[in-house]
Design a protein around this ligand. Structure first.
Ligand SMILES: [Mn+2]
Length: 486
């Protein structure tokens, strides 16, 4: 049950009538007040990631980019309703997570180069977070309150209502207000304190009252900072990638023809969770046979037949950081000649793209390299008669940034040291394509993750095999030889 349900009960007259029936006797006899009774102890959920100095250093770097009369506000992501009073699992805004480590809703951060006068102190940074509420915590678990936030994150904190009113009082002195991660339309917007339905209305509200104030969505220097990963981020990214790789190896040892895509998905995600991931960073793509030609197939409802390929595009999330790895493997343990020919082409395209990764080159260079290889090979195989038609079989680009978001923010002009990008060429030949029928229904993608270093690049997912023979060997490894239960 959720706190919304509880609030609904308590706020209505139905409570008086039905409350005694709906709740256990001990609870209905007396509604505890805020300072009564047991409350669950608070523990920070990502202890391995909690290094307050790291977040502090990011904030002070960011402060240097802000003009003297500007202010930057970062809001937590809003909880999202799945149905009725059931919410989707909460995921913090990557912006707020990056700058504070706070992983809970209803928090907000402000950064002010000039400083905010508060209790005789001049503060350049301030976190707003709700007071703890023992009654709610009995339903939904412990939350970080102002005291916990101040202690753990070593950041000045105000309870959220005071934070919001302080924010309003600062507006007349500002020339620019940067709002990162604007709250979801339709919910309370803290700037005006009103319920508004669009960012545009908030902008109009501000323009009427504070004509000197320019309201801006986002802050480019923050985007650039997030693109170049620091050592703290690289540690968490490596962990997410290691978990993902190990889960894939575990999957290969258990996968057999006749299994459902859903079974493979369950095995994979269970192993990620068992290895300490918080979950998946995005819905797993587990596509067998012709389903692999659907780039973002997430249904996982098809049974996998002897001789087919399985494409798995997946990523564990660890302390907010996303992995993103794709492997395509033959369920029976052997590639057919057609599958192998295309697999080798995609692998060669990927090798060529990875070799092109280094600082100072165009962001798109790895993509151009991959395209060139696939044009050549698909022409040789007779699949393409005109190499300019390559997009028919390779319709996406090769690289994106990877970090707190699976498609992370960052510039797309030049590769720079610290960037973490994917390299993921693919070939997809849907049934009915204008080529020989023996190629129909084959979809192959191979995706790895590259860190751009000062002198070149490092393949962060190198521990996970990607060559055809290595996959075949793993797929035929011992556990597959264990007699089947049925
Ligand atoms: Mn990807």
């Amino acid at each position: 049950m959720h706190r919304h349900f509880l609030r609904l009960l308590m706020g209505s007259r139905v409570w008086l009538v039905a409350g005694f029936l709906l709740l256990p006797p001990a609870f209905s006899a007396q509604v505890p007040t805020e300072d009564e009774g047991w409350r669950p102890p608070y523990e920070y959920p990502y202890p391995d990631a909690l290094v307050p100095e790291v977040y502090a250093a990011r904030r002070s770097q960011l402060l240097r980019y802000l003009g003297p009369h500007s202010l930057l506000v970062v809001f937590a992501a809003e909880p999202k309703v799945r149905t009725g009073d059931v919410l989707y699992p909460y995921r913090q805004s990557s912006w707020l997570w990056y700058l504070t480590g706070v992983s809970e809703p209803d928090a907000a951060l402000l950064l002010s180069p000039k400083g905010v006068e508060l209790g005789g102190r001049r503060l350049q940074e301030l976190l707003g977070i709700p007071e703890r509420n023992p009654l709610r915590e009995r339903w939904n678990g412990a939350r970080m309150g102002p005291a916990e936030a101040e202690h753990l994150l070593r950041l000045p904190v105000l309870p959220r209502p005071q934070f919001d009113s302080l924010l309003q009082h600062l507006l007349p002195e500002l020339d620019t207000l940067y709002v990162v991660a604007y709250p979801t339309p339709g919910l309370r917007l803290p700037l005006s304190g009103r319920v508004l339905f669009a960012e545009r209305l908030e902008r109009e509200w501000a323009r009427e009252r504070f004509p000197q104030l320019v309201l801006r969505q986002g802050f480019p220097p923050l985007t650039r900072m997030r693109a170049a990963k620091d050592t703290h981020e690289l540690r968490l990214l490596r962990r997410a990638l290691t978990i993902t790789g190990e889960a894939l190896v575990s999957l290969w040892r258990q996968a057999r023809p006749g299994m459902g895509e859903w079974e493979l998905q369950a095995l994979l995600e269970a192993e990620m969770r068992r290895l300490g991931a918080d979950g998946t960073a995005f819905p797993t793509i587990l596509a067998s046979g012709p389903n692999a030609c659907i780039l973002h197939y997430t249904d996982a409802r098809r049974r996998i037949h002897q001789g087919e390929l399985v494409l798995v595009d997946c990523g564990a999330e660890y302390a907010g950081y996303a992995a993103d790895i794709t492997r395509t493997f033959p369920i029976s343990g052997h590639f057919t000649p057609e599958q192998r020919a295309l697999y080798q082409a995609v692998l060669e395209a990927q090798d060529s793209a990875i070799a092109a990764c280094r600082p100072g080159v165009p962001f798109r260079l790895p993509h151009w390299k991959a395209v060139a290889v696939l044009q050549k090979r698909l022409y040789e195989l007779g699949i393409l008669s005109d190499t300019s038609d390559i997009r028919r079989y390779f319709p996406h680009s090769t690289s994106h940034h990877l970090g707190l978001d699976v498609h992370d923010v960052g510039p797309l002009d030049t590769l720079r040291p610290g960037f973490v990008i994917t390299v993921e060429p693919g070939v997809y030949i849907p049934p009915g394509s204008p080529c020989e029928q023996r190629w129909w229904g084959i979809g192959i993608r191979i995706e790895d993750v590259v860190l751009i270093t000062d002198s070149g690049a490092e393949l962060l997912s190198a521990a996970l095999p990607r060559r055809a023979e290595e996959l075949e060997r793993l797929l035929r490894a011992d556990p597959r030889a264990v007699p089947k239960a049925r």
